[in-house]
Design a binder for this molecule. Sequence first.
Ligand SMILES: Cc1cc2nc3c(=O)[nH]c(=O)nc-3n(C[C@H](O)[C@H](O)[C@H](O)COP(=O)(O)OP(=O)(O)OC[C@H]3O[C@@H](n4cnc5c(N)ncnc54)[C@H](O)[C@@H]3O)c2cc1C
Length: 339
Amino acid sequence: MSMSTVKRRVVIIGGGTGGAMLANRLPRDEFEVMVIDKQPYNYFWPWLLYIAFRGSRKPIKREIRSLLKPWVNFIQSGVRFINLQDRYVELENGRRLTYDYVVIATGATVDYSRVPGLDKVTEMFGNYHSTEENAWKVWQTLNNMKEGTLAIILAPGAYRCPPSPLEGTFLAEEFFRRRGLRDRVRIVFATFYPRPYPAEPMNELIEPLLKERDIEYITFYTLDHIDPEKRVAYSMEGEELKFDAAIVIPPHVGVDIKYMPEDVLDSDRFVQADKFTNRVKGFDDAFVIGDASALPVAKTGVTAHLQAGVVAGFFRVRMPVTQAVLTVPSMLVMVSAHS
Ligand SMILES: Cc1cc2nc3c(=O)[nH]c(=O)nc-3n(C[C@H](O)[C@H](O)[C@H](O)COP(=O)(O)OP(=O)(O)OC[C@H]3O[C@@H](n4cnc5c(N)ncnc54)[C@H](O)[C@@H]3O)c2cc1C
């Protein structure tokens, strides 16, 4: 491709883990790359655990701009509409951006409305799956608690990072043990899965650790509603879990963006895609990576990272031959470095 050829435009929506990684991997000679995010920061979500359970004051976020290669354009604006049929993205101010390719990397968000009482309980005790503020609230909850029952409940539905509910539970146990309060604080982990950790091989490791640390657990517990005043969480199976403090991992859904056609979304607003190529269902020029997808894979940064690689591969095969020749040996170096 000669330098005079007009570059094709790739619009990446979301400058989180997946979006930023992909943007930096696209061949600059052939593509004009644009990242759009509604806010200026790239959040490192695992750090919510360190705020909630260790009181960490280290920053959880960095400027998206600082993470992107200089030739990648960054627009700070919310996207409210993606028209896959007419190939444009509409920003919050009404401005329309046309594209040759679009990549949806908008992550997931939490939906408190799906469990009655959950908004109030979150206000009281916080959580470690939404904002820095809510994670700080968990830290306060732990520090205020001198005795009683701490319930950590995994609400039914999608959530980010399969190990994180139990990571928080073990960190809470450590918190009270280190303060000499462990014999006065009962810790109960409740999950809708048939075992504490959903994947069996991991569970074989984790269940004995829960027993060893005297953490109680309830399985087949599908959270239905919570009475914040009485401090009772009710399951669909009819179980009542009394607590003094409750930290609930809320149901996650896709972010609030309208799509044309609407049926690319599932009922939880996640974008449906082909599991081999990450192409949005029915479209050759649209991809989805990371937590935003409806694919039956874990919602993790690792997944977003690997999927960014899959999609970058699609753009790379369109590279000029000279560039491909340079890339292949460097890929071999990477492979040998990892083996
Ligand atoms: C407590 C916790 C622990 C975790 N631990 C791990 C771990 O150990 N390992 C691991 O691999 N993963 C972990 N994860 C999961 C990991 O953080 C996510 O899976 C990862 O961030 C997903 O990347 P993403 O790019 O899909 O979404 P995100 O990183 O969430 O980025 C989405 C971006 O889209 C933007 N956006 C949303 N809506 C719009 C809109 N309308 N317009 C414009 N921009 C928009 C957002 O502002 C955001 O910047 C953890 C998560 C949590 C909560």
